[in-house]
Design a protein around this ligand. Structure first.
Ligand code: NAD
Ligand code: DAU
Length: 355
């Protein structure tokens, strides 16, 4: 499979996983081409995630804008001769989707629709264009004690977030089938690592440990997630772009299941060592709180197809990945402070106002 990948449009590249992908292609994956990063800079987007990690020779361009602005996307595809769209942009937090679903439908469903329309126009004009859609294992619903999600698992989304992601997955497949648009899709499990916005379980718990704040465990803490280091996800996507045929889907996961409460105990031990805190004092911060409405019990990915057919492997084991993550938060107090105070918005005003 050879598909032109010299000019990429990355959506949501200022977020957690999108920025990991951009850092990975420029720093580790030998990418010699250009990236245009289209990001609306919602509360979750931070251009500082890329400072010092992207070339300053014109091969990287940041564009502050909305994926739902089809005219803007069409202009970017044409002006930068884009051959491939790597689509990360989304509203990504399940709790927020429960209390305010509208934004999720707007960005995840209508935004993806707009992108697809822009790609369809480019395809109809005879230009090479491919779209990779970054999706989630949550579209498959919730597992019992046994079994795994594989590529054939029936869709059964159960939160407004996962329903919006499922809708976007279906649209991507429909465009491949109906309009012969070249597409690929990946459904990944929970990511963790540096630059993770501190509303998600792992960074929230790290920062609350450091601040001596309560560690809120939803329900009985026995819900299970399958954790993957974010760089392993970025590399899986790069492999799919390079090797996978059009209209294929790939499950990506870490074979690394943890009950939330067990994970928290592990995290507390790591923070205690790395930050020099008393482990017993940290444990006292654990606080059981009201469960998330509709809380899915267990997610677990069967990644054997991407391992077998594309040769992907998760390179980070959880023991070292979690230590690296805690160290990153300890070593980046400025980033943490900016995220807490929202100061990166003013960073935007001074750095990107003119673009
Ligand atoms: P994130 O919330 O950290 O980042 C999302 C980014 O998208 C932000 O930079 C935000 O500013 C941008 N964005 C939001 N709406 C936009 C719009 N309308 N136009 C342009 N940009 C917009 O999310 P993440 O955790 O990096 O997730 C990235 C993708 O990966 C999402 O599609 C998510 O569904 C998927 N995913 C996430 C995980 C995970 O564990 N975090 C796992 C599997 C899949
Ligand atoms: O599975 C992939 C998904 O993983 C992605 O598609 C989502 O974008 C991403 O946010 C993540 O969703 P989760 O809901 O699994 O992640 P979150 O970090 O919000 O929660 C992980 C688990 O921890 C979940 O069972 C809820 C629980 N939790 C979470 C928070 C924030 C707590 O017990 N306390 C908390 O304070």
């Amino acid at each position: 499979m050879t598909r032109p990948l010299d000019h990429l449009l990355v959506t949501g590249g200022a977020g957690f996983i999108g920025s990991a992908f951009i850092r990975a292609v420029f720093r580790r994956l030998g990418f010699a081409g250009r990236v245009v990063n289209l990001d609306k800079l919602t509360y979750a987007g931070n251009p500082a995630n890329l400072i010092g990690h992207v070339p300053d020779d014109g091969r990287y361009t940041f564009v502050h804008g909305d994926i739902g602005d089809q005219a803007l996307v069409e202009r970017l595809l044409a002006e930068h001769d884009i051959q491939c769209v790597v689509h990360f942009a989304a509203e990504s937090h399940v709790d927020r989707s429960i209390y305010g679903p509208k934004e999720f439908l707007q960005t995840n469903v209508m935004g993806t629709f707009s992108l697809l329309e822009a790609c369809r126009a480019r395809h109809a004009a005879g230009k090479p264009i491919h779209l990779h859609h970054v999706s989630t294992d949550e579209v498959f619903g919730s597992l019992g004690d046994d079994g795994f999600f594989d590529e054939e698992t029936r869709y059964d989304p159960r939160s407004p977030y996962s329903a919006s992601k499922a809708a976007s997955d279906h649209l991507v497949r429909a465009y491949a089938h109906t309009y012969h648009l070249s597409t690929t899709l990946s459904n990944c499990s929970n990511n963790y690592g540096p630059y993770h916005f501190p509303e998600k379980l792992i960074p929230l718990m790290i920062l609350n440990c450091l601040d001596g704040k309560p560690l809120p465990v939803y329900g009985d803490g026995q819900n299970i997630r399958d954790w993957l280091y974010v760089d392993d996800h970025a590399e899986a996507i790069w492999l799919i772009l390079n090797k996978a045929a059009s209209d294929t889907s790939w499950n990506v996961g870490g074979r690394n299941e943890w009950k939330n409460l067990d994970l928290l105990h592990k995290l507390i031990e790591v923070v205690a060592v790395e930050a020099g805190r008393d482990v017993r004092e940290l444990r006292k911060l654990i606080t059981f709180v009201k469960d998330r409405p509709g809380h899915d019990r267990r997610y677990a990915i069967d990644a054997s197809r991407i391992e077998r057919e594309l040769g992907w492997r998760a390179r980070h084991d959880f023991g070292s990945g979690i230590v690296e993550t805690v160290r990153w938060y300890l070593q980046n107090p400025r980033w943490v402070q900016d995220m807490k105070s929202g100061a990166y918005k003013s960073w935007l005003d001074t750095n990107y106002a003119a673009r």
